[in-house]
Write a new protein. Structure first.
Length: 315
């Protein structure tokens, strides 16, 4: 049974029973993923408070600290029963390893691409290609079909994202940087697809997130130590590092994994396009940044496309 079928069945059962108070209803999978994307969107603004930190160092701190916390969360959930069950399975262990490598590749390829081809273009190619890669993986693996609403909403969201980020930017496009950005988008899609598959198979969502990010934390620990993490040990730097590791990584990916219970990976990757929109709004509100007409139009198109995607489909 597909995640959508499960969601419809649960909704039908709720309708037959006593009506629940609106405040007691849990957030839908799409809403939870949007909350996670909103937390990711605060990273850029928060990062400006530690200008001495490099982007690679920021990414390594996030993944190492967040990965350790996600492993802790998984160990505490049901006394770690879900994590032990996942790691005892040969197939599950292999998928966890691939997912951990994908998380590591997503982070490192993105920042390398941004350094070679510019942050704006690197971000657009990475975030914009991830839903397309997720859709292709879903078709190849037979996990999901591409419907018209998803295709239209994703196309609109990617176009809006591109207009938002590139509005007013004058950046060059280096082929090697574009290739690395595409690798980053593919890696993110691989992580989301594998995590979704394990959760659909019955694995605990916290166990899946903890195991994959635990692998990524181990892989990125040498990167963190080889860099200059001294900024994270100052007063303000420590607060920023804790926020990035705890809130924007550990808590956000717990929410993302929970949303994958009822949301296909194809839809989830499109919903994460809300991240640059949140970053743009925070830039205007906190950093006194200004958006041009093209960027504002892109923001409106992005918001409208995501709204279309999260609205329940009519029967």
């Amino acid at each position: 049974m597909s995640p959508r079928s499960v969601s419809s069945l649960r909704a039908s059962k709720d309708a037959q029973g006593a009506p629940a108070h609106p405040a007691s209803r849990p957030l839908s999978g799409s809403a939870v993923i949007l909350v996670a994307a909103s937390l990711w969107g605060t990273t850029g603004t928060v990062r400006t408070f530690v200008p001495e930190a490099t982007n690679v160092s920021i990414a390594a701190v996030r993944i190492v600290m967040g990965g350790m916390l996600l492993v802790l969360f998984a160990s505490l959930a049901g006394r770690g029963a879900g994590l032990r069950r996942l790691l005892r399975s040969g197939r599950g262990l292999a998928l966890v390893a691939v997912g951990g490598v994908a998380v590591t590749a997503y982070q490192t390829a993105f920042f390398t691409a941004a350094a070679r081809t510019g942050v704006a273009i690197g971000t657009v190619v990475t975030i914009g290609s991830a839903p397309a890669f997720a859709g292709a993986l879903g078709l190849i693996l037979g996990r999901s079909a591409i419907d018209v609403r998803w295709a239209l909403a994703t196309s609109g969201a990617v176009a809006g994202c591109a207009a938002l980020i590139l509005g007013g930017e004058d950046a060059g496009a280096e082929p090697a940087g574009i290739g690395l950005a595409l690798l980053s988008g593919l890696s993110y899609a691989v992580y989301a697809t594998l995590a979704s598959g394990l959760i659909d198979r019955g694995e605990q969502d916290r166990a899946v997130a903890g195991a994959m990010f635990g692998v990524a934390a181990v892989l990125l620990l040498p990167v963190l130590l080889a860099g200059d993490p001294g900024w994270a040990f100052s007063g303000r730097g420590t607060l920023i590092a804790v926020y990035l590791g705890v809130i924007t990584t550990a808590c956000a990916y717990v929410l993302f994994a929970r949303g994958l219970r009822t949301t296909p990976a194809t839809t989830a990757t499109t919903l994460t396009l809300a991240e640059p929109a949140i970053a743009a709004v925070l830039g205007m509100a906190v950093l006194d940044e200004r958006l041009g007409v093209t960027a504002l139009a892109g923001l409106a198109l992005l918001a409208a496309s995501l709204l279309v995607l999260v609205r329940p489909a009519r029967r």
